[in-house]
Design a protein around this ligand. Structure first.
Ligand code: GLA
Length: 342
């Protein structure tokens, strides 16, 4: 079932919230502003739990940092020096993270209105589309993007992305939800257990820009190939997880790459994706004064973002995943979050 309701005003335009639900208490609320996941309630042992951070009104999405629940692009994560060369031309982007470009710039996809089309049915879905004109935020190519949120029969939330451009461009799309499987207002996430099928990570510099080194995770805090709590090696990370983990080469394609588990017998979330990497971010900057839903104050490490994506700054590192979208090619990607109680 899909219900639609107003969610505030941006400029002259009404923001609409689309509540997708299926019997049993699994429900997702998505905003047409930023194609944003505002709420995700999952059946738990003691009723449904809202497992993603978000705001009760549009102000938080407009003015707080963090990109809570948003669809991020044209290029998610960072681009060094806010510029890149492509086909013999240099493109200058908006530097909104020091001297670097982050999450699509000043007004990236997370802060744009998308056109929403609900598709009700046994697996209710919301199709959101956006046109990003040539030159927007400095990027070349007229780009048409689509993301479809769908509740699946496996108690999953599927996000399917599709994009086409009429001019070569770089593209890196992700969803920036922050999860706490005990409920977004339940406290620290560091006792959650994470498994990740990642054997390397992008070594970052002091500006969180990759040096270009893909280092094996062996004997580092970034090794989650055997499940461990996020807190076990947290102190060894130098300020928290904000690192791009690179999935192992085998298997490839759409497969299970991550599993996040609540500490005390409860909800588990498996993440399936065809993306080559994930930014593991332990919400180290999550302390904006604007409170979350129900007035819950933002707090570092009270949720974790698992941003499946291409590698950051990949156009500047030949050994990184290829994020070039050529004119006329179609970009397709799917990430699915599947929930169950253990
Ligand atoms: C990504 C980045 C973090 C931070 C968040 C948004 O996760 O890697 O450094 O910028 O986005 O707050």
């Amino acid at each position: 079932m899909i219900t639609i309701y107003p969610f505030g005003i941006v400029g002259e335009r009404q923001v609409r919230a689309f509540r997708l639900s299926v019997p049993g208490g699994f429900c997702a609320t998505v905003l047409d502003f930023g194609a944003t996941l505002q709420s995700l309630t999952v059946p738990g042992r003691k009723g449904s739990v809202d497992v993603v951070c978000g705001y009760d009104d549009i102000e938080g999405y407009l003015h707080a940092g963090g990109y809570q629940g948003a669809t991020v692009g044209r290029f998610a994560n960072r681009i060094a020096g806010a510029r890149f060369d492509l086909n013999g031309k240099t493109y200058s982007l908006y530097a909104n993270d020091g001297r670097n470009h982050l999450h699509g710039g000043k007004t990236g996809f997370s802060h744009r209105f998308w056109t929403a089309e609900p598709e009700d049915g046994p697996e209710p879905a919301l199709r959101l589309t956006l046109h990003s004109p040539d030159g927007e935020e400095g990027y070349p190519g007229n780009l048409d993007v689509e993301v479809v949120y769908r509740l699946t029969k496996e108690c999953g939330l599927s996000l399917s992305y599709r994009a086409r451009t009429d001019g070569d461009t770089y593209l890196n799309l992700t969803n920036h939800s922050y999860f706490n499987l005990c409920g977004f207002a339940s406290g620290s996430v560091l006792e959650h257990t994470l498994w990740a099928d990642a054997d390397r990570y992008c070594v970052p510099d002091g500006e969180l820009i990759p040096t270009g080194e893909l280092r094996p995770v062996d004997h580092t805090p970034f090794d989650f190939r055997t499940a461990k709590t996020l807190g076990r090696d947290f102190a060894l990370t130098g300020g928290g997880y904000d690192h791009c983990l690179v999935f192992s080469d085998k298997p490839s394609g759409f497969c299970k790459r991550l599993e996040l588990r609540a500490p005390s017998g409860g909800i588990t979330m498996s993440v399936f994706t065809d993306q080559p990497a994930v930014q593991l971010y332990s919400a180290n900057f999550m302390n904006d004064p604007i409170p979350f839903k129900g007035g819950y104050p933002q707090q570092f490490q009270h949720a974790v973002a698992l941003e499946t994506q291409h590698m950051p700054d990949s156009m500047h590192h030949p050994g990184f995943s290829d994020c070039l979208l050529k004119a006329g090619e179609v970009f397709l990607s799917t990430t699915e979050y599947r929930f169950f109680i253990f």
